[in-house]
Design a protein around this ligand. Structure first.
Ligand code: DGL
Length: 289
């Protein structure tokens, strides 16, 4: 690994564009920092791939971000990759401050009044031992209605481009959200209804408007962007690696293993970033599925 300094960038990655929702929170919390974001869109979605595949991709990306970009910290902005591999990343790179994501069900318990909480996430996240332990640790404090959303991250991934395909994917996002939210039972603030919905996949933050419409007023949507950004700040402070002042030059580099168009469209739509921030990741060939 190249040696990192407070001026080095923070690495952030996701299976695709979903982690941009976390990058948005990181940039607001850490305005002096530089970021290298890697969207593994050429290999998305992770949610239905299985742990071994996701763990192998996570290692390849963690290695690449250190070797090619000299990152000083890593944010795994993907619940599925965190569940499959954060423990191994931490033991393989003990010197690298690493932050993972998990569905925000602890904060949801504190927020819920009806004690009935919905959790939407990928199949991989919900089936993981890590999520099982998290649920068990909160046993008895609330009732959880857990819904895997096959296909939703992938549809969101393709929905950002201003093309006919993008528009068709946006319709698919709406249809999938309606199907999954409809399967979870009544939402609302009255007794017995789900009053808090945890967005347990970083992609779903970009479907927030549709989800809000479906669950109705009064239901709280909870994601992990802000707490993760604050945790990252604390880790960097403890490691004395916070950038003391804004670095000269571009502060954000967005890279993809897939096609560049969807990343450029998402960067412009959700972060207001120009297409010139985006490029192709010079990574070794993807693994076979
Ligand atoms: N955005 C990812 C997550 O938070 C995964 C989406 C996918 O690739 O299935 O879990």
């Amino acid at each position: 690994m190249t040696s990192a300094s407070p001026q080095s960038p923070i690495g952030v990655f996701d299976s695709g564009i979903g982690g941009l929702s976390v990058l948005r929170a990181l940039r607001a919390e850490l305005p002096n920092e530089r970021f290298v974001y890697l969207a593994d869109s050429g290999n998305a979605p992770y949610g239905e791939r299985g742990d071994a595949y996701v763990a192998a991709r996570t290692h390849a990306i963690a290695e690449h971000l250190q070797q090619a970009h000299g990152i000083k910290a890593l944010v795994v902005a993907c619940n599925t990759a965190t569940a499959a591999a954060i423990h191994e990343v931490r033991s393989r790179y003990p010197q690298l401050p690493s932050v993972g994501l998990e569905p925000a069900i602890k904060p949801a318990v504190a927020l819920s009044r009806t004690g009935r909480i919905g959790v939407i996430a990928t199949r991989g996240t919900l089936a993981s031992a890590k999520f099982g332990r998290l649920l068990a640790s909160l046993g008895g404090q609330a009732e959880f209605v857990v819904q895997p959303c096959d296909g939703l991250a992938y549809a969101i991934e393709r929905s950002t481009e201003p093309t006919a395909d993008g528009a068709a994917s946006a319709r698919e996002v709406r249809a999938l959200c309606a199907r999954y939210i409809g399967a979870m039972g009544p939402f609302g603030t009255e007794a017995g209804a789900i009053d808090t919905l945890v967005l347990g996949c970083t992609h779903y933050v970009f479907a927030e408007e549709v989800l809000r419409e479906l669950v109705g007023p009064g239901v709280q949507l909870v994601d992990t962007g802000l707490p993760v950004a604050r945790h990252t700040r604390r880790l960097l402070e403890a490691a004395r690696q916070l950038a003391p002042a804004p670095a000269p030059g571009p502060q954000v580099q967005l890279l993809t293993t897939g096609e560049i168009g969807p990343l450029q469209a998402a960067a412009s739509r959700w972060l207001g970033l120009p297409a010139s921030c985006c490029g192709l990741a010079a990574m070794p060939l993807p693994l076979a599925a």
